[in-house]
Design a protein around this ligand. Structure first.
Ligand SMILES: Cc1cc2nc3c(=O)[nH]c(=O)nc-3n(C[C@H](O)[C@H](O)[C@H](O)COP(=O)(O)OP(=O)(O)OC[C@H]3O[C@@H](n4cnc5c(N)ncnc54)[C@H](O)[C@@H]3O)c2cc1C
Length: 560
C-alpha cells in the first residue's frame, strides 16, 4: 500500500492566478472569459482537485506498476485508464481549452494550465494524452481549411479523437532537418511513408480514432531534397496497413503513457497550411506543448513538496533522547522544505504570467502591446520549459531527501515522481537545445523579448537584489553576442540558468510587493523573499560560467 498524496489545496493556486501578471486584462479579452469571477475560478479548481484525488491519484500507482502494452499490433492502456478517461470526458475536461465555436468551453490559458497542474500532480502519465489533443486543436484552428476544422475540432473538444505530434525519427531528434519521412503527391492526393519514433500515445484504446500531426518532406518529384511540410493523417482512414505500431518503449518513468514507433506506409494525408512551412507552422503546437511541459513540471514539483511537507510534520527523529521531535523543527529540514516550496511557487507564478502574456499576444487591441507580449512569450518559452523540468526533478529528488530511506522506497510517491520527471528535460526539445534557442534566436537574432523582459522586471523589481541580476543578464547577453560561435555554444546553458534565475526573480519581486493576507500569501511571499535573498550569489556564478568561453572545457577534446 502506498501513502496517499495530500489533496491539492486550491487556495494558493486561485490566489496566484488572480494576482498574476495582467490577469485582470486577460479576463476582459473575450466574452467567455468575462464569466470568470472569483467563485467560478475556485469552483473549477475545486472540481479539478476532486477529480484528481478520486480518479487520477489512485490510477497513478497502477499506471506505474503496469504500463501500456502492445498486443496484436494495438496498444492497450493500463486497467482502469479507460474508465478514468471516460469520466474525464463525461466531466467535460477535454473541452476547457477549445473554442466555443467547436464545442469547447474556451477558458483562458492560465486557468487551463492551473487545471493541468492539478491533474499532472496526481498522475502525469494520464496528462500525456490531453496535452497533444488540445495543442493539435490550436494547430488545426490556425492553419487547416474550414472543412478540416469542422471535421476534427469538435471531436477533439469532445475527447473522442486522440492526437499526436509526429516529428522525431531515428536519425532526426534535435536536428529535425535530417528527417526522411516523405509525403508523395499521387493522383489520389498525398501519401506518407516513413517511420516516426517516440510518439506519445501514438496508439491507444481510449478514443475511437487518432489524428497524427506529421512533419514530412513533401515530394512532388521536382526536388532531390523536398521541403518539410505539415500533414494530418487519420488513423481510421489510413487503415491498419497505413499506420502500424512497430513497438512501444520500455522506459524509466511515465509507464502509463505509450511511447510508440509508428510506421506510415502510403498513408493518405492532408496537407495543412503552406507547403514548405511545416516546421514554422508546427511551432504553434510546439509552443503549447512546451508550456504544457512547464505545467507538468509544476504538477510533479508540487506533489513532491506537498508529500515532503506532510511527512516532515509527522516523522519524529532527533531532539531530546526519548522525546524525538517532528523533523520539521530541524533548521536543515526547514531549509529543504523552503527550497521545495519556493521552486513550486515561483514556477507556478512564472507559468501563469506567461500564459497571460500568450493570451494578450493573441487578442489585445493595441498592436504594439501585442508585439511586445508576443516577444515576451518567445523569450520566456525556453525558460519556462526548462525551469519546469528542473523544478520537477529537483523537487522529486529533494522530497526523497526529506523522507530519507522511506523516500527511496515505492511506499511513497517521491521515487515515481523522480522517474516521471526525468524526461521533461529531454522531450519537446532537450534543455541543451532550449539554451541554444534562447541565446541564438532570442538574444543574437532578435532581442526584443530580452529587452521587454529587462524593462518590465526592472520596473517591478525596484531596488531589490533582482536589479543586479538583471544587470548581469544584460551584460552576459552583450558579451555573448560578440563572442565566437564556439564560446557562445559553451556559454548557452549557463546563460539559460541566469535567465531562469532572473525570470523567477521577477516573479519573486512581484510576490514580495503584492498586497494580500492570509497563510497562502505568507507562504508565497516567503518563497519570494527566499529567492531574492540568494539571487546575487547565484547570479554571479551563472554569469561567470556564461561568459568564460569555451577555453575551460577544451581539455575535454581528449574525447573527440
Ligand atoms: C517519453 C518520450 C516521449 C516523446 N514523445 C514524443 C512525441 O510525442 N513526438 C515526437 O516527435 N517526439 C517525441 N519524443 C522525442 C523527443 O522529442 C526527442 O527525444 C528529443 O527531441 C531529443 O532528440 P534525441 O532523443 O534524438 O536526442 P539527440 O538529438 O540525439 O540529442 C542527444 C544529446 O545531444 C545534444 N545535442 C543535440 N544536438 C545538439 C546541438 N546542435 N548542439 C548542442 N547539443 C546538441 C542534446 O541536447 C542531447 O543532450 C519523445 C521522447 C521521449 C523520451
Amino acid at each position: 500500500m502506498r501513502a496517499a498524496l495530500p489533496r491539492f489545496d486550491i487556495t494558493q493556486s486561485a490566489e496566484q492566478l488572480r494576482a498574476s501578471f495582467r490577469f485582470a486584462e486577460v479576463v476582459s479579452l473575450r466574452e467567455s472569459y468575462a464569466l470568470l469571477d472569483e467563485g467560478t475560478i475556485s469552483a473549477i479548481l475545486d472540481q479539478a482537485a476532486a477529480f484528481a484525488a478520486d480518479t487520477l491519484e489512485p490510477l497513478n500507482r497502477a499506471m506505474d506498476a503496469q504500463g501500456a502494452q502492445l498486443q496484436g499490433g494495438r496498444v492497450h492502456t493500463t486497467p482502469g485508464h479507460r474508465e478514468a478517461w471516460a469520466a474525464f470526458v463525461a466531466n467535460g475536461w477535454p473541452s476547457i481549452d477549445h473554442e466555443v465555436d467547436y464545442g469547447g468551453q474556451q477558458l483562458p490559458l492560465p486557468l487551463c494550465l492551473a487545471v493541468q497542474e492539478i491533474f499532472d500532480r496526481a498522475c502525469p502519465a494520464f496528462g500525456m494524452l490531453p496535452v497533444p489533443q488540445r495543442s493539435a486543436a490550436r494547430l488545426i484552428a490556425a492553419f487547416a481549411t474550414p472543412d478540416v476544422k469542422q471535421a476534427l475540432l469538435p471531436a477533439l473538444a469532445a475527447g473522442e479523437l486522440g492526437a499526436t505530434i509526429c516529428i522525431s525519427e531515428a536519425g532526426a531528434g534535435s536536428d529535425v532537418l535530417q528527417m526522411r519521412t516523405r509525403a508523395r503527391l499521387t493522383p489520389d492526393g498525398w501519401r506518407i511513408s516513413g517511420e516516426k519514433c517516440w510518439i506519445s500515445f501514438g496508439d491507444h484504446d481510449l478514443t475511437h480514432n487518432i489524428v497524427h500531426c506529421v512533419l514530412a518532406r513533401s515530394d512532388d518529384g521536382s526536388a532531390a531534397r523536398p521541403e518539410i511540410s505539415l500533414f494530418l493523417v487519420d488513423t481510421r482512414q489510413a487503415g491498419p496497413d497505413g499506420v502500424q505500431v512497430l513497438r512501444i518503449e520500455e522506459k524509466l518513468g511515465l509507464h502509463g503513457s505509450p511511447t510508440c514507433t509508428l510506421a506510415f506506409d502510403k498513408a493518405p494525408s492532408t496537407l495543412i497550411g503552406e507547403r514548405g512551412r511545416g516546421l514554422a507552422q508546427m511551432f504553434v503546437m510546439i509552443t503549447q506543448m512546451r508550456l504544457a511541459v512547464s505545467a507538468m513540471g509544476l504538477g510533479i514539483a508540487c506533489a513532491a513538496s506537498d508529500v515532503a511537507l506532510a511527512y516532515a510534520r509527522e516523522r519524529r527523529q532527533g531532539g531530546n533522547p526519548g522525546d524525538p521531535r517532528p523533523i520539521i523543527f530541524h533548521a536543515d529540514v526547514r531549509r529543504q522544505l523552503l527550497e521545495l516550496t519556493t521552486r513550486t511557487e515561483l514556477l507556478r507564478g512564472l507559468m501563469l504570467n506567461i500564459a497571460n502574456l500568450a493570451e494578450l499576444a493573441g487578442h489585445v487591441e493595441d498592436m504594439a502591446d501585442r508585439d511586445r507580449c508576443a516577444a515576451l512569450v518567445q523569450w520566456f518559452l525556453p525558460i519556462a520549459k526548462t525551469f519546469g523540468a528542473d523544478c520537477a526533478f529537483a523537487n522529486a529528488s529533494g522530497a526523497i531527501q526529506v523522507l530519507g530511506g522511506a523516500g527511496y522506497t515505492s511506499e511513497w510517491p517521491a521515487e515515481q515522481a523522480l522517474r516521471d520527471a526525468r524526461v521533461l528535460s529531454v522531450f519537446e526539445g532537450t534543455s541543451g537545445i532550449q539554451a541554444i534557442d534562447l541565446l541564438y534566436r532570442r538574444v543574437i537574432r532578435d532581442d526584443a523579448g530580452l529587452n521587454a523582459f529587462l524593462a518590465q522586471a526592472r520596473a517591478d523589481g525596484g531596488d531589490t537584489p533582482l536589479a543586479s541580476c538583471l544587470d548581469l543578464l544584460e551584460t552576459a547577453a552583450s558579451t555573448l553576442k560578440a563572442a565566437s560561435p564556439e564560446d557562445q555554444n559553451a556559454g548557452a546553458a549557463a546563460f539559460l540558468e541566469l535567465a531562469m534565475l532572473a525570470s523567477a526573480g521577477w516573479v519573486a519581486a512581484r510576490f514580495v510587493a503584492l498586497p494580500g493576507s492570509g497563510d497562502a500569501w505568507e507562504r508565497t511571499r516567503a518563497a519570494g523573499r527566499y529567492w531574492l535573498d540568494r539571487i546575487r550569489g547565484r547570479g554571479a556564478m551563472h554569469y561567470a560560467e556564461a561568459v568564460q568561453g569555451a577555453g575551460p572545457i577544451t581539455h575535454f577534446e581528449v574525447f573527440a
